[in-house]
Design a protein. Structure first.
Lengths: 122, 130
């Protein structure tokens, strides 16, 4: 068996589980944020800022950020592995795929660092 | 097995030659929405950073979102999120063993598209009303 060195956890079964656990976290976070926004139609900066200063919301946001990064890595890797293949791109497929994968991984890590900086930077 | 007869994934060039049952449409739309959201994370982080920076940033972001382009981007990302969320919940339900038949799959795909379309229309109303 060939180990997929660029997949998130190097294991398809583990990636599958990660994808679902992170999906549940993200669904809950999405409902929380949109619930808040819908209940506050005339949101002010003071309210919004106080909301994100709440430790619970900060932790939930951090969980959602990490979940987003893991979920996106697994998802983008899967999409790339399915479509960037020899039968679609010819002989260059393997090199294009690794460039695509490295780009995705770097974007994921950039999002993670940027998000941490927004949440905890000040 | 002979190399030529191995099962392969769908290639871009083969797309027109395939029948597109509703289950296939629901599936590829889930993937497309996911890729759109991957780029959208950048917009979301940009918006979060600006909105939390200070009062000026918060109001500046409000100004960006109510511009025509801002409304379109906001709605587009909300639409992708709505579809990806509904299709993801369908996935989790089917992973739990519910509706794992051809008929069940077709019904689940139709319900997904219907519910997501309803949410996408609601998102448009929400964005247009500001």
């Amino acid at each position: 068996m060939v180990t997929q060195v660029t997949s998130m956890s190097r294991s398809g079964v583990s990636d599958w589980v990660i994808q679902r656990i992170t999906a549940v976290v993200l669904a809950a976070y999405t409902l929380c944020i949109f619930g808040y926004l819908i209940m506050h139609p005339d949101l002010t900066y003071a309210e919004w800022s106080a909301f994100f200063h709440n430790t619970g919301i900060r932790i939930f946001t951090m969980l959602a950020l990490v979940s987003t990064c893991a979920h996106a890595w697994v998802g983008m890797w899967t999409v790339g592995s399915d479509y960037l293949q020899e039968h679609t791109l010819g002989k260059k497929a393997a090199s294009l795929r690794i460039v695509y994968q490295i780009t995705c991984i770097l974007m994921v890590l950039t999002y993670l660092i940027w998000g941490i900086n927004i949440l905890w930077g000040n | 097995m002979n190399k030529k007869s191995r099962p392969i994934n769908v290639g871009i060039g083969d797309l027109l030659g395939f029948a597109w049952p509703v289950t296939a449409i629901a599936s590829i739309a889930h993937r497309i929405a996911g890729v759109v959201l991957f780029v959208g994370i950048g917009f979301a982080l940009f918006a979060l950073e600006m909105s939390l920076a200070d009062e000026q940033g918060f109001n500046g972001l409000k100004g960006l979102i109510v511009s025509p382009l801002g409304k379109f981007i906001t709605w587009g990302l909300l639409a992708a999120l709505a579809y990806h969320l509904v299709a993801g919940i369908k996935h989790l339900i089917m992973d739990a063993g519910v509706g794992e038949t051809l008929k069940g799959g077709v019904i689940a795909a139709r319900v997904t598209i219907f519910l997501a379309a309803a949410l996408i229309v609601l998102a448009a109303i929400w964005v247009i009303r500001g």
